[in-house]
Design a protein around this ligand. Structure first.
Ligand SMILES: C[S@@+](CC[C@H](N)C(=O)[O-])C[C@H]1O[C@@H](n2cnc3c(N)ncnc32)[C@H](O)[C@@H]1O
Length: 336
């Protein structure tokens, strides 16, 4: 057996691969990490909540169209099950939610089978075994209440190039860049970026905060920002098709730290391409949007002062970051 259960310092059990030295959800354990980092961190609950104007739609159906989640690295299915649980909770609270289509990508069903065999110890799979057995055996599952699940079995860097579904949300959860470099390359992420809806939003969440990961996402076409922190130290990463969707976009301080990092290059960047990669990164529209947001913030503060609005005096050195002051309108923030 390649996988085993490993107790985390928090006391929670997680699925571990000793040969690879990789633990799935190693910080807070499967359920908390899946729920907080991927489901909450991607904004999925808000997306699944039907707009007030559509409340006449049948319960569980929603007329606002389905939400498509790409679950990259199905593994032991914690992230995908957390998405289903989020929708079920919205329905039980509000009587409705938009339809949810999960599309899971995986090249090895062993972690899922291992997790199913240890469902009682892991806890979060209990009650979902029939769904997972159907998914593994038939490659898809469809629930009566407007949720469905499809499995793409194969090597993700290839399968993503043939994918015809368009994603609203991406849970990007491969093994680490050290173990899975091809999953984190610019080319693979470009394939993923190509699966956004035409003119639509795509929000991606991943646990990695490496300079090389964030650089790869920028170079693939995304705008990139800092995400949640589960351990109070390292921040996850959010990427989106629109700068204005990011809560905390990377700024010029990140760029100067990237220049000084010892491993800044996206996975699989050939040595001969580094100069070109560096130039592309420096020219990324993220920095122009950031400068524009700073400028808009400055102008807004100037207008408030000219209008005699009450000023909040902050202690020196503790000024509110300019980026929070103004976000460019969505229409002007289309990514490359
Ligand atoms: C960190 S685990 C995913 C954990 C999972 N998201 C969960 O909620 O339990 C990473 C997964 O990515 C899968 N993976 C690694 N390389 C892959 C590839 N080239 N194509 C598809 N899946 C891959 C691994 O088999 C593994 O199950």
């Amino acid at each position: 057996m390649t996988y085993r259960l490993k107790r985390q310092s928090s006391g929670v059990l997680a699925v571990h691969n000793p040969a690879l030295g990789e633990t799935m959800h190693p910080v807070r354990g499967p359920w908390e990490e899946a729920t907080r980092l991927y489901v909450q961190g991607s904004g999925l609950p808000a997306l699944l909540s039907a707009p007030a104007s559509r409340t006449s739609a049948p319960a569980g159906e929603g007329s606002a169209g389905e939400v498509v989640v790409f679950d990259v690295g199905l593994g032991a299915a914690a992230n995908a099950l957390a998405a289903l649980a989020c929708r079920a909770e919205l329905i039980s609270r509000h009587g409705r939610a938009r339809r949810l289509r999960l599309v899971s990508f995986e090249n090895d069903l062993e972690p899922l089978r291992f997790a199913l065999a240890h469902a009682a110890q892991l806890g979060y799979l209990l009650g979902h075994e029939p769904i997972l057995e159907t998914l593994a055996a038939q490659g898809s599952w469809s629930g009566a209440g407007g949720a469905s699940w499809e499995l793409r079995l194969g090597d993700f860097p290839r399968t993503i190039r043939q994918e015809t579904r368009r994603a609203d949300v991406v849970f990007f959860d491969p093994f680490s860049p050290r173990t899975n470099p091809d999953m984190w390359s610019v080319s693979t992420l470009e394939g993923l970026y190509g699966c956004r809806r035409p003119g639509g939003e795509m929000r991606l969440v991943t646990y990695s905060s490496a300079f090389s990961t964030r650089a790869a996402m920028l170079l693939a076409g995304f705008f990139v920002g800092a995400g949640l922190s589960l351990d109070g130290r390292r921040r996850a990463t959010e990427a989106a098709a629109y700068y204005s969707s990011l809560d905390e976009p990377l700024d010029l301080r990140w760029l100067s730290r990237w220049k000084r990092d010892r491993e800044p290059w996206p996975c699989l960047t050939p040595a001969g391409q580094r100069r070109r990669v560096r130039l592309s990164l420096l020219e990324h529209p993220q920095w122009a949007h950031f400068a524009q947001a700073v400028e808009q913030g400055r102008e807004a503060r100037g207008r408030r002062r000219a209008g005699g609005a009450a000023r909040t005096v902050r202690p020196a050195g503790r000024r509110k970051p300019a980026r929070g002051a103004a976000k460019p309108p969505k229409s002007s923030t289309r990514s490359r």
